[in-house]
Design a protein. Sequence first.
Length: 237
Amino acid sequence: MSRADPRHGALVLFSGGQDSTVCLAWALSRFERVETLGFDYGQRHRVELDCRPVVRRELAALDPGWAARLGDDHLLDLALLGQIADTALTREREIALQADGLPNTFVPGRNLLFLTFAAALAYRRGLPVLVGGMCETDYSGYPDCRDNTLKAMQVALSLGLDTPLTVETPLMFLDKADTWALADALGGAALNELVAEHTHTCYLGERGLRHAWGYGCGTCPACTLRAAGHAAWQARA
Ligand code: ZN
């Protein structure tokens, strides 16, 4: 398999949350070599970053094939995002909806920056595919998570690097219940238990109380979404 073959390898944007963990499992099921990339941008809570090595270790333990394919992890320091964003994720502020209808957790253009750095790293590592957990059905409506934005980035990055780069977004048109179902299809009950136990979603960084869907305060927007998705998925089964 040549380096240009898309099956050769992928770089997964991996935050340590539910969505990117399912994306990592998806990539491990498809590509010969899978590396992971995380961004440290001064998140108010570092719980998610702390989950990353644990999730990687647990995914490798789940499946020997996945263990063989799982390559290096990269963590890029994007502290400069804290200088240009005034948001609830990076500062001690209440999470609320802004006048434009977006939650104030939105860092303008954050995914555009992430994808550009990811593409530069993927180029250097000889990986022709980027995998991200962006989702158009997400309640928050981040414009840099939309399918057309991602398609445009794929074209811009491929042209700018003068090499074909594919941006895969397996969750783009899934809702949260579908995401639990996808994990079930990829790795069965063991993968969903891994997601519940080891990934982090809560905006408040709460990990005290374990629910069926995982740890969290249970009331912030991220917890509410995750809990509702889990309940909807269970109701389908
Ligand atoms: Zn929460």
